[in-house]
Structure formats: structure tokens, C-alpha cells
Ligand binder design. Sequence first.
Ligand code: NDP
Length: 295
Amino acid sequence: MSAQTGRSAVTVLGLGPMGRALAAALLGAGLRTTVWNRTPGRDAEAVAAGALPASSAAEAVAASPLTVVCVVNYDASDAVLRQDAVTAALRGRTLVNLSADTPGRARETATWAERQGIRYLDGAIMTPTPTIGTPDAVFLHSGPADLYEEHRPVLEALGGTHTHLGADPGRAAAFDIALLDIFWTAMSGYAHALALAGAEGVRASELLPFAQGIGAILLPLFAESARDLEAGTFPGEGNPLTSALSTMEHVVQLSDAHGIDAGLMRAAEAMARRAVEGGHGADGFTRVAEMLGGR
Ligand code: NDP
């Protein structure tokens, strides 16, 4: 089935690196794909691959029953979607917002869409652009289950795994942000570790196999922490908070000695210290999650 004659039609609004990857995957799956981007000219790659260019967002939306918007955040998607002509064109159609933002913005957009008579699904993309259209892509979705099921075949053309997380439109963003929390603090820790190792004359490539070992240790620890948190038990026999705190202090001390900013570890150290001072020194590190609240 060629891109021009494919039975399902999809519009992609936003042709940054991710929007371009989404359009390429849809085209690769043989879907008739219409594209639009705020800054003209960014549709060249998609059009060369068979996408239909649109001269306005409203024209793009009118071309398909399903529109996927993927721009930097919800201020940007609002700027596109809440123009009168675009809102009017969306009425009665389905909009899937794959831009990243907070759960509150997702819920607020769902409420706006409902008032406008727009069928709305929210979503989050958890993997980088090269994964899109491959089995490695990970998409999260939230919103009405029947609407998700209706559009699932087209969404699955984006490749990878698609998980519907529930009717609350904020759920995909909630998962996204929690997972980004892990990702960015881990990457910041690694960037800091590389600087610290470098200051001690250790090359990144020398540290690498051991850094990967630390990464591997984390996976079973995540499972253990999830179990402990839900059970409300925080066993610390193997590695009590007092011991963890001491090793965190070493990171701060060596950073200070080399004049390397230790703000990240100071923040972690402060959380662990608060738990110890709260009488939980014999507990495991997951006690910090309980102390931070959220339940
Ligand atoms: P960006 O996050 O840089 O988004 C660029 C897109 O946003 C462009 O189409 C840009 O249009 C548009 N945009 C920005 N401001 C506005 C505005 N005010 N009005 C209209 N359009 C606007 O790049 P990506 O494409 O990579 O990301 C898109 C979304 O996908 C983001 O929410 C990102 O977090 C998410 N994502 C990206 C991943 C990646 O690996 N790149 C991975 C997972 C999620 P213009 O060209 O006119 O500037």
C-alpha cells in the first residue's frame, strides 16, 4: 500500500526531530500522512518520503480523522491547536498529543478538547528518535479506553510497544515525568562521576565497565525498592542509611577537593541525613522515598 493510497490517514503537527521520526514511521507503514510545522521548510524530509504538505495547521488537521501533535511542550501545542480555524477543524476528529509536559497540562488540555467536541488522547514517548518505527520504541497513552482501541492500529504503526495507562488523561505524563526523574538524575550522576574520575586521572573508558556494573545493580534494586515501598517495610541490614550517608559524604568531599560542583550529591546527602536524623538510620535507602511523601 503506498503512502498516497493507504486507507488510514494521519496528520502530524510539529516536525522537530521527533515529529519527523513519527511521520517517517507512519509513511513507512503505508499510511497517508499529512504534515505541518510552524516554521516552513521543515517538512522537506517527510515530503520527500511521500508525506502530503499542508499550508496551514487547519488544512493539515482537515486532511485526516486523526491528528498527532508533537511539539516542545503544551504552551507550543496550545499555540497551534487553540487557533480558531484549527480548533474548528479538529471538532469531531481525534487528537493525540504526544508532546511532553506535566499531568496537569494534559488534564487541562483534555478538558478543553472535550468542551470543543474534540476526541482527545494524551501520550508520552519514552524512547529517542532512532527507535521510532522499530520494536524498541516505547509509547504510553492515557484517555478514554474505547478511543485508544479505535486508533490503536494506527498508533501501533509508530512501532514498538504501546501501553494504555487508564482513562485519566494525566497518567501518561505522570509516568513520563517519574521516568524522566530517574533518567536525568542518573545521567547527571554519571556526568558528575566522569568529571570526578577525570580529576583523579581516570579515563571515562577505564571507568566504563564498572559504571555499567553499577547500572546493572540498579535494576534488581528498583524491584526491591518498589516492593519495600508498597509493603511499607524498609529493611536496611545489608546497607543501612548511616552507611549510605557516609559514602555520599565521600563524593562531596572529593568534589570539593577538586573544585567540582557537588550540588547533586549534596541534595541526595541532605535527604539521607534527614531520614537518619528522623531516627531511620538502620533502614534501607527506600525510606527516603517514604519520607519524601507522595502517598
Ligand atoms: P523539540 O522538543 O525541540 O520540539 C520542536 C518542535 O516544537 C518543532 O516542531 C517546533 O517548531 C515546535 N515548536 C516549538 N515552539 C512552538 C510554538 N510556540 N508553536 C508551534 N510549534 C512550536 O524537539 P522534538 O521534536 O525532539 O520533541 C518534540 C516532543 O517530543 C517534545 O515534547 C519532546 O520532549 C518529546 N520527546 C522527544 C524525544 C527525542 O528524542 N527527541 C524523546 C521523547 C520525547 P519550529 O520548527 O517552528 O520551531
